[in-house]
Design a protein. Structure first.
Ligand SMILES: [Zn+2]
Length: 452
């Protein structure tokens, strides 16, 4: 397949922006060739092409649209999809622990295997339409735990997105459920392997310090050791997590997890809002991977992560949605805006928000699961989006931030390709019938809400 006549933001080693370019994708799903100045117009400086080329059936004429790497969401919860529009009984939850108890821990207990599958399926269609090609999911369904990751994997394969799956181990529903969660992680990692087949990979899921005993964490560390999958865990999302660790263990959340062997260079630590200066130094030293979720943090009123300080200390910080939105561009904008609001300084946040969304997520995907995505360069996997963006001002490698913030982030996604396979074309999902999926998911949600 050749994508012709595109304006390509490559994110390659020299961050090139190419005009009228062709990108050739091999049948193995890898990018084979990136060539500027050729394209359907054949008017470029290249001499290899004799001029306008007829389109082969599999080829795509970009008509000058912007081609860039598909977006990556490094922390989400697809099981939350069917909660959209749900009514909570009683008064509104007034803090984060109440939000968990009144909404998420009631919802996850009510999920059955079909809910798990359809929430993932309909959620993934939503993500595809927003240009997200890879999601790192964190799943919980305590009354439908065994095999739940297979249900999610099935949805990923049907829609055609790349995913990293794990099951959320917690002691909050008693020892039997905690053991079942450990077993589900081990079973899935043993079956897929840490890096999986490149499309579906695995990590070892843990909920958070405040719902996990030392005993369960030690069991998880022991089980993970031979698997090498790395942990995916919520860290100091709310102040209550930090207060719990200080009260119970006389240390911070990060220190507790480090001392138990949970926090390593393979760990994906979501949030890290309530971390101390010492914690930040420790995270950098450990080489841990932090995922910032700015919209969810705002929505739950848990605070604003110290993104600037984390990055300055050398911590690798990626970006996730925590299930709040399928639109990673909104997370990018919110990450940027919140640092300005937090510091009262309009000069900050540019480099950090840009890096988190566009550079660090791909670094995390490569480091933890060997996924070579997030760049348009020969050899990388072909995870690409075509965006309806025709810049009204000069677009160059040096001014991408302004175009992302004010233009590209608002532009419709026309096409999504993952691993060389077309998932979205002309803004429609071509792998599954999206209207039928939404209709089926609505029926599923209705029944789920009755049990909620
Ligand atoms: Zn989360």
């Amino acid at each position: 397949m050749i994508i012709r006549n595109a304006r390509v933001v490559t994110f390659d080693a020299t961050n090139r922006v190419l005009e009228n370019a062709d990108v050739e994708v091999g049948s193995d799903g890898a990018i084979r060739r990136v060539e500027a100045g050729l394209g359907a117009r054949g008017k470029g400086r290249g001499t290899l092409s004799p001029g306008p080329q007829p389109l082969a059936p599999a080829d795509i004429d970009a008509h000058g649209r912007l081609l860039m790497p598909a977006l990556i969401n490094c922390h989400t919860h697809l099981y939350s999809t069917l909660a959209r529009g749900i009514t909570l009984p009683g008064r509104a939850p007034k803090n984060f622990p109440e939000i968990l108890k009144k909404l998420w821990w009631r919802l996850d207990r009510a999920l059955n295997p079909d809910d798990v599958y359809y929430s993932a399926l309909v959620g993934l269609v939503d993500c595809a339409k927003n240009g997200v090609g890879t999601l790192v999911d964190h799943h919980s369904s305590p009354n439908a735990c065994a095999g739940s990751l297979d249900q999610i994997e099935r949805a990923f394969r049907e829609v055609g997105l790349r995913g990293v799956l794990c099951y959320e181990t917690s002691d909050r529903d008693g020892p039997a459920k905690a053991q079942a969660a450990l077993d589900e992680n081990v079973r899935f990692i043993e079956r897929t392997g840490r890096a999986g087949d490149g499309l579906i990979a695995a990590s070892f899921g843990l909920h958070a310090s405040f719902t996990l005993s030392d005993r369960t964490l030690r069991q998880a560390v022991e089980a993970e050791e031979s698997l090498g999958a790395g942990f995916h865990i919520h860290v100091a999302e709310d102040r209550s997590d930090l207060e719990h660790a200080r009260r119970r263990f006389k240390k911070t959340v990060v220190a507790r997890l480090r001392d138990l062997g949970v926090m390593t260079d393979r760990t994906l630590a979501a949030h890290c809002v309530h971390v101390t200066a010492g914690d930040i130094t420790a995270l950098a030293k450990l080489g841990a991977n932090v995922v910032h979720n700015p919209q969810s943090n705002s929505n739950n009123a848990v605070g604003i992560a110290k993104l600037l300080e984390l990055v300055k200390a050398g911590v690798l910080v990626g970006l996730g949605s925590d299930g709040y939105s399928p639109r990673m561009w909104e997370e990018f904008k919110t990450a940027f805006h919140l640092q300005k609001v937090r510091t009262g300084d309009p000069r900050v946040g540019y480099a950090e928000a840009y890096a988190a969304a566009l550079l660090n997520n791909r670094t995390i995907a490569r480091k933890l699961w060997g996924m070579d995505i997030g760049r348009i360069e020969a050899g990388a996997r072909a995870d690409l989006i075509l965006v309806d963006y025709y810049p009204p001002t000069p677009l160059e490698a040096t001014n991408l931030f302004g175009h992302f913030l004010f233009g590209i982030a608002n532009a419709p996604i026309d096409t999504l390709i993952v691993d060389g396979r077309v998932v979205l074309k002309d803004k429609r999902c071509v792998t599954v019938d999206e209207a039928a999926v939404a209709e089926r998911a609505t029926r599923q949600a209705k029944a789920l809400w009755q049990r909620f």
